[in-house]
Design a protein around this ligand. Sequence first.
Ligand SMILES: CC(C)(COP(=O)(O)OP(=O)(O)OC[C@H]1O[C@@H](n2cnc3c(N)ncnc32)[C@H](O)[C@@H]1OP(=O)(O)O)[C@@H](O)C(=O)NCCC(=O)NCCS
Length: 186
Amino acid sequence: MSKEQLTIREANIEDRANIETLWKDVIDHAFKKEGMDAYHNPLDELDFKMNQFDQAFKKKTSTFYVAYKADELVGTIAYGTPPNRGILRRTNNALIDMVEIGSLYIDPIYQKKGYGKILLVHILEALKEQKVDTVCFDSIIESSKQIWRKIFGEPTYLIPSEKHDFTHMIWVVDVQQSIINLKKQH
Ligand SMILES: CC(C)(COP(=O)(O)OP(=O)(O)OC[C@H]1O[C@@H](n2cnc3c(N)ncnc32)[C@H](O)[C@@H]1OP(=O)(O)O)[C@@H](O)C(=O)NCCC(=O)NCCS
């Protein structure tokens, strides 16, 4: 798949404004599409995510990547440890030492064109170079759960929410095998 003119690099603080705009668009779009805005305010999710971004930058607990086409931000992805609070709480801290992949957001205009997979391969290859063998990630968004099921198989943990009508899915996957799977499906 040729995705010419896509530049993927580590994010720096100058990317913050573009990231906030992108995440707002993606979250608004996903929440509306999924009907999640009925019980979860997209602006609260955005605030939560931006706070996470600022903390991770300050404490250097996560590394964010940005993908640009010319000067247009198309997507983001990140890895970091420990995993997010939801994963820790719902697994009784079983994954506390694991690297989590997250913040995978693709501009709605560019979704379903293969960019999500390109960013996943990019970050998994970076982690492989760092000798990371296993990673985890989670999802509460229905459409992305279907995508991860298709690519990574059934989730390792499947935890119904105590408050809402959704299931929190958490995957623990082998880095090398996931790269092979993602490349096979290109
Ligand atoms: C989920 C997301 C990151 C996927 O990125 P993407 O660039 O749209 O996905 P890709 O084009 O790389 O597609 C990956 C695979 O999923 C499939 N897919 C894409 N969108 C799909 C959908 N809505 N339902 C089912 N399958 C879908 C594709 O067909 C592809 O499989 P294939 O290669 O066998 O055809 C992106 O859609 C997004 O940002 N969604 C909103 C935010 C979100 O949910 N982030 C993840 C939080 S866990």
